[in-house]
Design a protein around this ligand. Structure first.
Ligand code: ATP
Ligand code: MG
Length: 569
C-alpha cells in the first residue's frame, strides 16, 4: 500500500480510544485486532469497512490483525466461502501472516470452558423444547421464567453434558445453558444457550468429530480472548451482547479480556448488505452468482472493475462512527471514477453500431492515425488507430433531424468530427424496407486532421472504429440492482425482491471495439470515450468473445436519480 494512503488516515473514535489505551500502558501498549467472518457467504462492501478498520488499525499501530473464521454453524458454512473470503481479503490488500484462525480450532478448549462453567454452578443442561424455551424466555416487557431444569446438580449436569457430547441424545433434546438471570432486562442474559446438539453435519474443518456445537456468542468472545485480542471491534447490533461476553469472560476468569467497541454498520443505498438476503439473490437466481457485477460483494465489485484502492478509499471517506447512516452509492462511484480517470487508458468502442461509408475515401486505401491514450497524462503515450473507407459509429450519434439545439452529433447534411480523425459530412441516409436506418453515406475532409480549418465550426465529436479492423465484443451496462434506496424497507413491508430493478443489466451483444483492444487481458480497464469506464470481464467470456463490463459512467448519474426519487417519479 502506498505511503500516501496510510499516512493521511483520518482519526476516528476507535483510534482515539486506542491512543488513550496505549498512553495508559494498557495491554503493554500492544494492539491486536481481528476480522471474524462467518463463512456462510461471500464478503460484501460492509465487510470491507470492517476489514479496512481492523487491518488498518493493526498496520498503523504496529499491531496484529487475525483473520478468524467464526465457524460455529456448519450447516450454513462451507469451504468455498472460506476460500472466497481469504481471496477477497487478500485482494483488498491485507495480509494476516502465516496462520488463518478458525474458532473451530478451539472447540476442545471451548468445551473445557463449558465444563468449567458447569463446575462453577454457572451452566446447566436444559430439557425444554425449543418452543417451551421461547415461552419461558419472556418478552422485552415481561421477564422470563426459570427453567424447571435450572437447579440440576453439578454432577448431573456434568454427566448429561458428557452424554450430549457422546451422542446419546437427539438434536434439540437437550441444550447446555448459562445460568444468569431470567428476569434480566437484557434478553441476551436470560440463560442463553451455550451448546446445542447437531447430528449428521460434516463441519468443513472438524468433519464429523463433534455432535455438539457451541453457540456464536459463547464462541466469539472466548475466541477473541484465546487469541489475545486487545480491541474487539464489531457492529452496533452486538452492543447488547457485550454484557453476555463480559459475563462469560469474568466467570471463567480468563487472562485476556478484550475490550469490545461497537461502530455502525455500513448501509449503502440501492443495495443490500445482508448475507442472508444476498444468499437468497444467488440461490433464487436473481443474479448470476456471488460475483455478479451488480452484487455489492467484493467479488462482484472486482468483476465489475472496482479496484481495491478505490474500495479502501471509500472506506476511508465514509469514516467510522456510532451513528446509523446510509451512504449514497455516488460516494462509492466517485472513488472508482477518480481512480480510473487517472489510471485508465482511453479507447474507442461502438456499442450500437451503424455503418458509415466514407465515399470520397479511396477504396483499398487505409492509414494509421495517432491518438493519445490519455488526454492529460502524456506518460500514457499514443497509439495508432486504423482509418479507412468503412467505419462504425454509434446509432445514438446520428439523427436525421436534430431534435433540439443541444444535439451536436451527426444529422443528415450536417458535419461532425470523428474523434482523433477527420470531419465528415452526412450526404445520404440509407434505409431498409421498414424505414430503419441501416447505413450512412458520408464524405470526409482531408484537411481537417487535428484541427478545424479556419472559419469551420464543427462542435460535435463522436467516436468510431474501422469496420475492417474492429474486434467484436459483448458490452454490459449495469444500473443499480434495486430501484428503492432501502430495498424492502417500506411502509407496506414489501419483500426486498419486489424492489429489484428489472433493468439492472443491459447487454449489447454485438459491439465493435478498436483494433488495439485485441490485446486486452481479462481484468484490464479502459475508458471507452463517451461511454464510461470498462473492465474486461476477468472470469467470463461470451462464447469466446470478450465481455466488457461498465464499471461506472463518466459522470455522476446518481444525482439525477436522487432528484427523480425526491420528486416522486
Ligand atoms: P450478515 O448479518 O449480513 O450475515 P454478519 O455481520 O453476520 O453479516 P459476519 O461474517 O459475522 O457477517 O461479519 C464479519 C464482520 O464484519 C463482523 O465483525 C461484522 O460486524 C462486520 N460487518 C458485517 N456487515 C457489516 C457492515 N454492513 N458494515 C460494517 N461491518 C460489517
Ligand atoms: Mg455475524
Amino acid at each position: 500500500m502506498d505511503q500516501n494512503e496510510t499516512s493521511n488516515k483520518p482519526s476516528n473514535f476507535i483510534r482515539q480510544i486506542i491512543d488513550v489505551d496505549i498512553a495508559a500502558g494498557k495491554n503493554d501498549g500492544r494492539v491486536a485486532t481481528r476480522f471474524p467472518p462467518e463463512p456462510n457467504g461471500y464478503l460484501h462492501i460492509g465487510h470491507a469497512k470492517s476489514i479496512c478498520l481492523n487491518f488498518g488499525i493493526a498496520e498503523d499501530y504496529n499491531g496484529t490483525c487475525n483473520l478468524r473464521f467464526d465457524d460455529t454453524n456448519p450447516h450454513k458454512e462451507n469451504a468455498e466461502f472460506v476460500e472466497a473470503i481469504q481471496r477477497d481479503v487478500h485482494w483488498l490488500g491485507y495480509d494476516w501472516g502465516d496462520k488463518v484462525y478458525f474458532a473451530s480450532d478451539y472447540f476442545e478448549q471451548l468445551h473445557d470452558y463449558a465444563v468449567q462453567l458447569i463446575e462453577l454452578g454457572k451452566a446447566y443442561v436444559c430439557d425444554l423444547s425449543a418452543e417451551e424455551t421461547r415461552e419461558y424466555r419472556g418478552t422485552l416487557t415481561d421477564p422470563g421464567k426459570d427453567s424447571p431444569y435450572r437447579d440440576r446438580s453439578v454432577a448431573e449436569n456434568l454427566d448429561l453434558f458428557t452424554r450430549m457430547r457422546a451422542g446419546e441424545f437427539a438434536d434439540g433434546e437437550r441444550v447446555l445453558r448459562a445460568k444468569i438471570d431470567m428476569a434480566s432486562p437484557n434478553i441476551n442474559l436470560r440463560d442463553p444457550t451455550i451448546y446445542r446438539i447437531r447430528h449428521g453435519v460434516v463441519h468443513h474443518q472438524t468433519g464429523a468429530e463433534w455432535c455438539i456445537y457451541p453457540m456464536y456468542d459463547f464462541t466469539h468472545c472466548l475466541s477473541d480472548s484465546i487469541e489475545g485480542i486487545t480491541h474487539s471491534l464489531c457492529t452496533l447490533e452486538f452492543e447488547d451482547h457485550r454484557p453476555l461476553y463480559d459475563w462469560y469472560l469474568d466467570q471463567l476468569g480468563v487472562p485476556c479480556h478484550p475490550q469490545q467497541i461497537e461502530f455502525s454498520r455500513l448501509n449503502l443505498q440501492y443495495t443490500i448488505t445482508s448475507k442472508r438476503k444476498l444468499t437468497a439473490l444467488v440461490d433464487e437466481g436473481f443474479v448470476e452468482g456471488w460475483d455478479d457485477p451488480r452484487m455489492p460483494t467484493i467479488a462482484g465489485l472486482r468483476r465489475r472493475g472496482f479496484t481495491s484502492a478505490s474500495i479502501r478509499e471509500f472506506c476511508q471517506r465514509i469514516g467510522v462512527t456510532k451513528s446509523e447512516n446510509s451512504v449514497e452509492m455516488g460516494v462509492l462511484e466517485s472513488c472508482i471514477r477518480e481512480d480510473l480517470n487517472v489510471n485508465a487508458p482511453r479507447r474507442m468502442a461502438v456499442l450500437r453500431p451503424l455503418k458509415v461509408v466514407v465515399e470520397n475515401y479511396p477504396e483499398g486505401q487505409a492509414e494509421q492515425l495517432e491518438a493519445a491514450n490519455h488526454p492529460q497524462d502524456e506518460s500514457f503515450g499514443t497509439r495508432q488507430i486504423p482509418f479507412d473507407r468503412e467505419i462504425w459509429v454509434d446509432r445514438d450519434d446520428f439523427m436525421e433531424v436534430a431534435p433540439n439545439q443541444k444535439f451536436k452529433r451527426l444529422v443528415a447534411g450536417g458535419e461532425v468530427r470523428l474523434r482523433n480523425a477527420y470531419v465528415i459530412r452526412c450526404d445520404e441516409v440509407i434505409k431498409d424496407e421498414q424505414g430503419e436506418i441501416i447505413e450512412l453515406r458520408c464524405s470526409y475532409d482531408a484537411d481537417t486532421l487535428g484541427a478545424n480549418p479556419e472559419g469551420r465550426k464543427v462542435k460535435g465529436v463522436i467516436h468510431w472504429v474501422s469496420v475492417a479492423h474492429a474486434i467484436e465484443a459483448e458490452v454490459r451496462l449495469y444500473d443499480r440492482l434495486f430501484s428503492h434506496p432501502t430495498p424492502g424497507a417500506t411502509k407496506d413491508g414489501s419483500d426486498y425482491t419486489a424492489h429489484l430493478n428489472p433493468d439492472s443489466l443491459r447487454s449489447f451483444t454485438r459491439c465493435y471495439l478498436e483494433a488495439n483492444l485485441a490485446s486486452a487481458q481479462p481484468g484490464d480497464q479502459f475508458q471507452f470515450e463517451r461511454e464510461g469506464y470498462f473492465c474486461m470481464d476477468p472470469v467470463r467470456t461470451a462464447g469466446g468473445m470478450p465481455i466488457f463490463n461498465r464499471t461506472v459512467t463518466l459522470r455522476d448519474s446518481w444525482a439525477k436519480i436522487e432528484k427523480q426519487q425526491n420528486s416522486g417519479k
